[in-house]
Design a protein around this ligand. Structure first.
Ligand code: BDR
Ligand code: CA
Length: 311
């Protein structure tokens, strides 16, 4: 399967990318694009270039939109630090970003593929909405969007809104109205796909990639520690895990629309059952996950990469 990953690394974005890289027998990452979200687009681009260099992997990276379509960026230093990936101290990136804007890169690269591609989105949807508005022909070349974003009931930035959708609700609306099939990994399935904090501890003594993951999670789990939780949610790894092992997940088809306004509801994903009007996208909302097997899949991926990338 050929995939493109649009992301804002982001501790959990990095874990998602590591999971995909560990399973190159099933998934080929044809490109990574970045967008403003957890931190500025410059920071998140630099973060992924540093990670790829550190683990010795070469994937084209193109930098995308620096701000939402109509709003000011709202980075998330509490969850991810000012850099968007606080914790590990990595050497400066030697790899260079693609000279093209992410939207131009995606248009060109997607149209060149012989088969339709899967788009994995782990961030606000600004790049993807801009791509669909500027080059509508690419929509037919995307078999599915596997998205981390949204929720059925919960919220992590407003009571009913998840960050990736909240950050650029106008972009999300364009994507959910695009007609491209979507599998949505929202807050409910991510809550079931949890990883116990204790499971990260042994990574400290693991290989090169495990140690990086340990340092990432050490910072990221500060939020959980402060709340006395014994687990954390590695949100962005969920759509990748679902691509690798769909049998670990179950979901329901909904029509999903986006609330773009309101102090309480901006960015709410409104899931409506039993009513579907094309050209809206059919959305499979994942609701349940086998948490222990998800966690094992993710931790095993780090060991696989350690073996490929000795110290
Ligand atoms: C999403 O928001 C970001 O902070 C994470 O990287 C993830 O994509 C979770 O709501
Ligand atoms: Ca993310």
């Amino acid at each position: 399967m050929q995939i493109f990953i649009d992301c804002d690394p982001g501790h959990d974005d990095v874990l998602a990318i590591l999971l995909a890289l560990a399973h190159s027998e099933l998934i080929t990452i044809k490109g990574i694009t970045t967008v403003a979200g957890n931190s500025s687009v410059e920071n998140v681009t630099d973060n992924i270039l540093k990670v790829l260099d550190y683990i010795g992997v070469s994937v084209p990276v193109a930098q995308g939109c620096a701000r939402p379509l109509r709003r000011e960026p709202e980075p998330q230093p509490t969850a991810h630090g000012n850099s968007g990936m606080d914790g590990p101290i990595l050497p400066a990136a030697k790899s260079r970003v693609d000279a093209r804007h992410a939207v131009e890169f995606l248009q060109d690269a997607i149209m060149r593929q012989t088969e339709p591609v899967t788009l994995v989105t782990l961030a606000p949807l600004t790049n993807i909405a801009t791509l669909f508005e500027t080059y509508p022909e690419v929509k037919k070349r995307i078999s599915r969007i596997c998205m981390m974003g949204g929720s059925l009931n919960g919220g992590n930035i407003l009571p009913r809104s998840e960050f990736n959708i909240y950050h650029d609700p106008e972009a999300a609306k364009i994507v959910f109205h695009s007609g491209v099939p979507i599998t949505m990994s929202g807050l409910e399935v991510c809550a079931e796909a949890k990883t116990m904090l204790a499971d990260f501890e042994p990574l400290k003594h693991g290989g090169r990639v495990s140690r990086l993951a340990y340092e990432l999670m050490d910072f990221y789990c500060g939020y959980a520690h402060e709340r006395n939780w014994d687990y954390t949610n590695v949100f962005d790894a969920v759509p990748v895990a679902q691509l690798l092992h769909p049998e670990l997940f179950s979901g329901t088809e909904y029509r999903v629309d986006i609330e773009t306004e309101g102090d309480l509801c901006r960015g709410m994903t409104v899931a409506i059952q039993g009513e579907f009007t094309p050209p809206q996208s059919p959305v499979t909302v994942l609701e349940h996950a086998d948490g222990p097997r998800f966690s094992t899949l993710m931790l095993d991926a780090l060991r696989i990469l350690d073996q490929r990338q000795p110290d």
